[in-house]
Write a protein that binds this ligand. Structure first.
Ligand SMILES: *[C@@H]1O[C@H](CO)[C@@H](O)[C@H](O)[C@H]1NC(C)=O
Ligand SMILES: *[C@@H]1O[C@H](CO)[C@@H](O)[C@H](O)[C@H]1NC(C)=O
Ligand SMILES: *[C@@H]1O[C@H](CO)[C@@H](O)[C@H](O)[C@H]1NC(C)=O
Ligand SMILES: *[C@@H]1O[C@H](CO)[C@@H](O)[C@H](O)[C@H]1NC(C)=O
Ligand SMILES: *[C@@H]1O[C@H](CO)[C@@H](O)[C@H](O)[C@H]1NC(C)=O
Ligand SMILES: *[C@@H]1O[C@H](CO)[C@@H](O)[C@H](O)[C@H]1NC(C)=O
Ligand SMILES: [Cu+2]
Length: 397
């Protein structure tokens, strides 16, 4: 029902997720503020010779302003990507991507003209081999350095406005963990030494479209990595769950027999290392998360604060959210009443639609319930449950 609204929101976004094409990470590109890499199919910038696109000055809709971000010129993420680049590829037809080398979502084939309808499935409806294939893709992504993207390890200012680039390699799984960190990371307001929780993907209308785009880009990377052109991320239907029924060793990992905060050694993800989980540390050193491993995944489902989140969302809660007719309302933040977005995100009660700062419901309830890596916004995407959770949230929109 809200698809039309979401597509409008998506169109008005530059892809403000903060990952950089390796081909645009040189001081030459940064000083010229140009990111128009060649498409390998014909070697021309933006695939121009094949009519895929061309290098253009970026056109930004008027900069957002409002009580949530009453600043200008303090954060690299404002008017993304204009702090770093003011010329990028503009793609025509069904072409998409930083060099117009991809097709728009829902299209494929050599000329991006073939329609592709792919369906996301309930993880419990996958066969054992389909489910294990999914986990093997996750493992492959975790062990494969992206050849295409790098992450910045400093701000534009710390790179001396582009003359001293600071970028790191990163594996394909962690690239997305980092993107989620970057969009939600804190900001230091110039000169004041005060860190502000400035989040461009949560507590605002962009919550649902940002996470939809995140999942679509993630699926696209996995398809490219594995050659499995039909890959989609499965979802976890948590309605009426009494506990984490995917937290078993056959699925997303059981509990460690000796340490309730860790995953069972027999689970698929027990050896995974997390990144971007220490925001206080980055803030105190005025650095960005640079992708360095920071320890194992933490998860202790059900050990959370029951006063804040007494139960997981029910079918009735979901029906209530879907009965709200306004996508967004009023202040458009965590205090918005009768907002579909704010209620589904979990800052408003799924019984009344009234904002309630003492409760974490719906989408937020799942994060709090996991009582570990999932529970801090900036590092939450480290836990693969994040993908299955957001795939289900996306299904409700
Ligand atoms: C883009 O940035 C470059 C380098 O700072 C500058 O010379 C150029 O005028 C800018 N172009 C536009 C359209 O803002
Ligand atoms: C793709 O487009 C090219 C150039 O227009 C054309 O020669 C080719 O036949 C097309 N291929 C397919 C599979 O449609
Ligand atoms: C970077 O650009 C800003 C704004 O244009 C300017 O104030 C600052 O001095 C520049 N810093 C360096 C190191 O060039
Ligand atoms: C993807 O699905 C299509 C349609 O069902 C099928 O023809 C194709 O072989 C599949 N591709 C792969 C790599 O499985
Ligand atoms: C886990 O829950 C307890 C309350 O039961 C809370 O104090 C703690 O901060 C939570 N840990 C995480 C990582 O969310
Ligand atoms: C939401 O509703 C509550 C209860 O009626 C009210 O106190 C609060 O001011 C409302 N919030 C907004 C942003 O209108
Ligand atoms: Cu998020």
């Amino acid at each position: 029902m809200f698809l039309a609204v979401l597509y409008c929101l998506l169109w008005s976004f530059q892809i403000s997720d903060g990952h950089f094409p390796r081909a645009c990470a040189s001081s030459k590109n940064l000083l010229a503020k140009e990111c128009c890499p060649p498409w390998m199919g014909d070697g021309s910038p933006c695939g121009q010779l094949s009519g895929r696109g061309s290098c253009q000055d970026i056109l930004l809709s008027s900069a957002p302003s409002g009580p949530q971000f009453p600043f200008k010129g303090v954060d690299d993420r404002e008017s993304w990507p204009s702090v770093f680049y003011n010329r990028t590829c503009q793609c025509s037809g069904n072409f998409m991507g930083f060099n117009c080398g991809n097709s728009k979502f829902g299209f494929g084939g050599p000329n991006c003209t073939e329609k592709r309808v792919l369906i996301r499935r309930n993880i419990f409806d996958l066969s054992v081999s389909e489910k294990n294939k999914f986990f093997s893709y996750l493992t492959l992504a975790k062990h494969t350095i992206s050849s295409v993207y790098v992450i910045p390890t400093g701000t534009y200012g710390q790179m001396n406005n582009g003359s001293t680039p600071m970028f790191n390699d990163i594996n394909i799984y962690d690239l997305f963990v980092w993107m989620h960190y970057y969009v939600s990371r804190d900001t230091l307001l110039g000169g004041s030494e005060i860190w502000r929780d400035i989040d461009f993907a949560h507590e605002a209308p962009g919550f649902l479209p940002w996470h939809r785009l995140f999942l679509l880009l993630w699926e696209q990377e996995i398809r490219e990595l594995t050659g499995d052109e039909n890959f989609t991320v499965p979802y976890w239907d948590w309605r009426d769950a009494e506990n984490c029924d995917i937290c078993t060793d056959e699925y997303l990992g059981g509990r460690h027999p000796e340490n309730p905060n860790l995953l069972s050694p027999a689970s698929f993800f027990s050896s995974w290392q997390i990144i971007c989980s220490r925001s206080e540390e980055y803030n105190s050193h005025q650095v960005l998360c640079d992708g360095t491993p920071e320890g194992p995944l933490l998860r202790n489902p059900g050990n959370h604060d029951k006063a804040k989140t007494p139960r997981l969302p029910s079918s009735a809660d979901v029906e209530f959210c879907l009965s709200l007719t306004q996508y967004e309302s009023g202040s458009m933040d965590r205090t918005a009443n009768f907002s579909f977005r704010n209620t589904l995100e979990g800052f408003a009660s799924p019984l009344t639609g009234i904002a309630d700062p003492s409760q974490s419901s719906m989408h937020n309830a799942l994060h709090i319930f996991m009582n570990g890596t999932m529970s801090q916004v900036q590092g939450s995407a480290n836990d693969p449950i994040f993908l299955l959770h957001h795939a289900f949230v996306d299904r409700l929109v």
